[in-house]
Design a protein around this ligand. Structure first.
Ligand SMILES: *Cc1c(COP(=O)(O)O)cnc(C)c1O
Length: 361
């Protein structure tokens, strides 16, 4: 079988080494005679797996001691509800920065739970999609928090500098950017991320919360979404997604072996530069995002002759380059190039794109 590179936006590809290790220990994990999947979440064996995963994530992201790391259910969208339920008291407002599809969806969900101020920061300029700088965001002075999405997975748009909120707690949906580049966790009150892009399999959601944000959940918060309760119980208030937690742990170990976040971030830069360069240098492909905000993780592009879309996808598939079809809301193509995508995968894609362009120009 030819080597397959999977450019899916999520669930996304996992590192080969992680898959091989998981396969090897799938039936008999260490000396238990059982699969990790069959272990009680309260067994000392699983607690060992869980604690190691958390310690490795803390090390990778330099998470300070005054933050809790929660291993939750419910994906990114679960957090769209959990954040306002836990952090937005009656009589207060939360600012929602809208920079694309996911932050818009987060704002839409939050409206069900409290007073939301939506701040659309997108702008069209010279035929490109761009964003207003954070100095121009009309933030509410005494907001309960500011929510934003540093990487818009659908739109292919990334905000690289951390917004200045003048003391208002900053909440970030990092589902598609977590662990891809270094960030200063101290600048955030809460970070959340669905696992299926840069961490592991779907079904697990990571929440990193500063301790002073606990203990303010509204009365109606479902217990399985209550950060305080989850934190108090070491993410085992109810049965956590144990196998996904274990696999996330393998991904964290793998990432440490690669040299950690700063090392992978350099490869991510290289991958994205290579791909954007190939798009910009051809008249055959186009990307509409302002250079300053182009995502390192999700690269949407369009064929200038869209009648060739189906042929492009079919030939790419035959060449082992799969899941390149763009999100249904924006069309075109999208290459998601998370941590697990090796440089060789992006090189193979660029080579294919150049050959396809030559043959069809
Ligand atoms: C994928 C994604 C989500 C949604 O995640 P689910 O786990 O499907 O709920 C939310 N936010 C961002 C930025 C995403 O990329």
């Amino acid at each position: 079988m030819t080597e397959v590179y999977n450019f899916c936006a999520g669930p996304a590809m996992l590192p080969k080494a992680v898959m091989a290790k998981a396969q090897k220990e799938f039936v008999h994990w260490q000396n238990t005679g059982c699969s990790v999947m069959e272990l009680s979440h309260r067994s000392k064996e699983f607690i060992g797996v869980a604690e190691k995963a958390e310690a490795d994530l803390r090390e990778l992201m330099h998470i300070p001691e005054n933050y809790k790391v929660l291993f939750c259910h419910g994906g990114g969208r679960g957090q769209f509800s959990a954040v306002p339920l836990n952090l937005l008291p009656q009589g207060k407002t939360a600012d929602y920065i809208v920079s694309g599809a996911w932050s818009k969806a987060a704002a839409h969900e939050a409206k069900n739970f409290g007073e939301i101020n939506v701040i659309d920061i997108t702008k069209q300029e010279n035929g490109q999609t761009s964003l207003k700088p954070s100095s121009q965001w009309p933030l509410t002075a005494d907001a309960a928090y500011v929510h934003y999405c540093p990487n818009e997975t659908v739109d292919g748009l990334e905000i690289f500098s951390i917004p200045e909120t003048h003391g208002v707690p900053l909440v970030a949906d990092m589902s598609s950017t977590i662990l891809s580049r270094a960030i200063d966790v101290n600048k955030f009150a809460l970070i959340y991320a669905g696992a299926q892009k840069n961490i592991g399999p779907s079904g697990l959601t990571i929440v990193i919360i500063r301790e002073d944000m606990l203990n303010q959940a509204c009365q109606q918060t479902p217990s399985i979404m209550n950060y305080t309760l989850i934190a108090k119980n070491g993410s085992m208030y109810n049965t956590p997604p144990t196998y996904a937690w274990y696999l996330a742990g393998l991904v964290f170990e793998w990432l440490k072996d690669q040299g950690g976040v700063s090392a992978i971030s350099q490869i991510n830069q290289q991958k994205a530069q290579l791909l954007y360069k190939a798009i910009d240098e051809s008249h055959f492909y186009v990307n509409h995002i302002d250079n300053h905000y182009r995502s390192l993780m999700n690269v949407p592009f369009w064929l200038t002759d869209e009648s060739l879309n189906a042929e492009f996808l079919a030939q790419a598939q035959s060449a082992g380059l799969v899941a390149l079809k763009g999100h249904r809301s924006v069309g075109g193509m999208r290459a998601s190039i998370y941590n697990a995508m090796p440089l060789s995968g992006v090189k193979a894609l660029v080579h294919f794109m150049q050959t396809f362009a030559q043959q069809n120009s």
